[in-house]
Ligand binder design. Sequence first.
Ligand code: CAA
Length: 389
Amino acid sequence: MNVGIDKIGFFTPNYYVDMVDLARARNEDPNKYLIGIGQTNQAVIPPTQDSVTMAANAALQIIDDDNRSKISLIILGTESGVDNSKSGAIYLQNLLSLNKQARAFEIKQACYGATAGIQMAKDFVNLHPDQQALVVGSDVARYGINTPGEVTQGGGAVAMTIAADPQIMSISKNSSVYSDDIMDFWRPINQTNALVDGHYSNDIYQKFFNITIHDYLKENKLQLDDLKAIVFHLPYTKMGLKGLREILPELSDAKQADLLQEFEASRVYNKQVGNLYTGSLYLSLLSLLDNAIDLKVNDKVGIFSYGSGAQGEFYTGTLKSDFKNNLRKQHVESLLKQRKQLNVSQYEELFLRWPKIDAGDFVLDVTNDNAEVVFSGVSGSKRQYKIQR
Ligand code: CAA
């Protein structure tokens, strides 16, 4: 039986900052950000959005009543969760009017959470083919103003339904995993900004990619040439390019050119949004599906997931009949186009307004947020979510 991604939806809030403006403000050559890092714009997350609202807004793109009757597993992959106890998936269940006869929980392992959810959902649907799972990767990526990681911030969510006989992509039965106790990126429980050893995280990412892709190919008797494209976890798009360059020397010139062309398609959206942490890999997959010009049904796509700390996983997907969807593409393009550009001081002002962990009760003005689901503050230590239609 084929099990995999049946629908995919994306959300990012309605503000961004241009990387040329940010480079100038930080006295850097704009080409360092545009080419060296590989980003053109970065999503700026207002206080009225968080990992729950963004997940709900992404899922609302894809959930209909048929899904509501079949979804019995709801998984939120996030490393910017809003509560140390209650999972964001329970809020999601309510905001999306999902079935109450469901398992709902949150998974954390840095940027790997959504992949852990997808693999778990795949096994679940294999056992219960008449049921479906909703898996969402949603995060706010914050390193801090004037830090080396600032150029790799961003935020947003990717929601996927996992089902039997999927319309978009079936997921391979096997995958190759590798994990180790590594301090390359972490966020202590009392902090809203991540701590990172950026160059070290780069080295570990490349190492885990090399180990998992080669192990996967060997164990599944495949060649690199069997992969039409490879999508990567893209905290910034140059990182995936570095990964791809690790394996290019093993290929003919023609195949190298093909994979590089697919890679460009796979980073169109990520360049404009920046880092989504758990959702980044799946935004890149969406970008490939929407922007590649020569993909065909049954093409095999390599998928590399990485979460600092660190966990790597490589698996493959096989494209199914409805992997292209013009309406979905138009929606993403208009979401990105209608965003408001902020100058650097406006971005800094919004960044600093992010609620402190010990802020207590407060009310947020949601009138400038055009998303369907917004966060309107904290009352009696309880988070307040609103649906505006
Ligand atoms: N024109 C073109 N390229 C230029 C340039 C110019 N004028 N100036 C510099 N560059 C290039 C450099 O050559 C370099 O390229 P390579 O990486 O290919 O060598 C690139 O721009 C970046 O330059 P630096 O290495 O000098 O930049 P930096 O020291 O400021 O650090 C960074 C860059 C390490 C990515 C930093 O931004 C950072 O720490 N980011 C956060 C870390 C991160 O995102 N890690 C990802 C894995 S962790 C993760 O994904 C999180 C998770 O699991 C939750």
